[in-house]
Ligand binder design. Structure first.
Ligand code: NAD
Ligand code: IPM
Ligand code: MN
Length: 371
């Protein structure tokens, strides 16, 4: 198989975690005989510095011609004073819209060996396995009109929360389909006690649920959901949210997994699938070789599964990550208060260990099939 992958390292720790995800993908290609063709391009602050544009034409063209895009992170304090439309983040939002993926899948899994690091009690988080399906192309992020009005004494600013029924329906179907292959439960998050967009959201999700009788649907207000996530994470299977609610709740849910650095995502439904860790550019960690690359590596595993259809390879990457954590290797974000048998690892060591573990598991699988 030939797979064209555009790599967008971006800013801060983006290039460091991306380096390790690409290393793992190269190991997968070597072991499986598939041909992955990488094209690295500029995005975000790195692109503004070189070209003045957070999403240069060459980057967009490469992404549109690719089978999949893997992005590190964008954002840098250097550009914090710029208007939203000129910032590094605008490059990512324009890219998301151009690729067309409207369903952002964010799995939250608490690995057994990591459960002890969560600030939540271990017995609460152990075994938690949630899939966020976050709407990615609508809501406040893209609604018009938006802007600032500097009228006299009291300048004002405004954004528009807007959803069409069709936008809600298509992402709801992704959530119900995903739940059908899991524990058959969708929790739809809204603020229908206050917002019209949420009332439309709730009505539409309820109607779509009629086509998935085997899936149980519950509705939950976003404020209550923020609390229940911490109180009873195992209550949830698939969590369906609009754009901003999903952004906020998925960072909160990182506490269940043990670190934001562990979370991966896939954005599907458009012309080209986009893969990115959930975390940002973590400027304070940039250049120190200490960021956790596992979120980026697990995003690469999602690419193998969803775009390449390489389910076995995806499972083996996930298994390799599990094995490296079980052996006690930890980047600083996961060491926390410490623990017996833990071994401090850098970003690059962690990537090398996962690649090595992948190759080992793949070898034994080949040996098994050869018998
Ligand atoms: P952040 O996700 O960069 O960092 C939040 C916290 O998590 C920080 O304490 C950071 O040190 C830690 N962290 C994040 N990733 C980590 C990793 N891989 N390993 C270890 N620790 C990690 O969010 P922020 O600080 O609010 O934002 C920084 C910049 O990133 C901003 O410019 C923001 O807009 C941008 N951002 C980009 C994306 C993206 O590109 N997809 C996502 C979120 C934030
Ligand atoms: C994320 C990020 C982005 C978002 C920003 C950087 C535009 O926070 O992917 O979670 O809000 O979607
Ligand atoms: Mn976010």
């Amino acid at each position: 198989m030939k797979l064209k992958i555009t790599l967008l390292p971006g800013d801060g720790i983006g290039p460091e975690v991306m380096g390790q995800a690409a290393r793992v993908l190269r190991t997968v290609a070597d072991a499986s005989g598939h041909d992955f063709i990488f094209d690295e391009q500029l995005v975000g602050g790195a692109a503004i510095r070189e070209t003045g544009d957070p999403l240069p034409r060459a980057t967009l063209d490469s992404c549109l011609a690719a089978d999949a895009v893997l992005l590190g992170a964008v954002g840098s304090p250097e550009f914090d004073a710029l208007a939203p439309s000129e910032r590094p983040e605008a490059g990512l939002l324009t890219l998301r819209r151009a690729l067309g993926g409207y369903a952002n899948l964010r799995p939250i899994v608490c690995f057994d060996s990591v459960a002890c690091h969560s600030p939540l009690r271990q017995e609460l988080v152990a075994g938690a396995d949630i899939l966020f399906v976050r709407e990615l192309l609508g809501g406040l992020y893209f609604g018009e009109p938006r802007g600032r009005a500097d009228d006299g004494d009291s300048p004002s600013a405004y954004n528009t929360m807007r959803y069409t029924e069709a936008e809600v329906e298509r992402v709801a179907r992704v959530a119900f389909e995903a739940a059908s292959g899991r524990r058959r439960k969708v929790t739809s998050v809204d603020k229908a006690n206050v917002l019209e967009t949420s009332q439309l959201w709730r009505e539409t999700v309820t109607r779509v649920a009629g086509d998935y009788r085997e899936v149980k649907l519950e509705h939950m207000y976003v404020d209550a959901c923020a609390m229940h996530l911490m109180q009873a994470p195992r209550h949830f299977d698939v969590l369906l949210t609009e754009n901003l609610f999903g952004d906020i709740l998925s960072d909160e849910a990182a506490v269940i997994a043990g670190s934001l650095g562990l979370l991966a995502s896939a954005t599907v439904g458009g012309s080209v699938d986009l893969y990115e860790p959930v975390h940002g550019s973590a400027p304070g960690l940039a250049g120190l070789d200490c960021a956790n690359p596992l979120g980026a590596i697990l995003s690469a595993a999602m690419l193998l599964r969803h775009t390449a259809g390489l389910e076995t390879e995806a499972l083996v990457v996930e298994e390799a990550v599990r094995a490296v954590l079980e052996a006690g290797h930890r980047t600083p974000d996961l060491i926390g208060s410490g623990g017996a048998g833990l071994r401090a690892a850098t970003t690059s060591t962690m990537g090398a260990l996962v690649a090595e573990s992948f190759a080992g598991i793949a070898d034994s699988l080949h040996a098994y099939h050869a018998v």
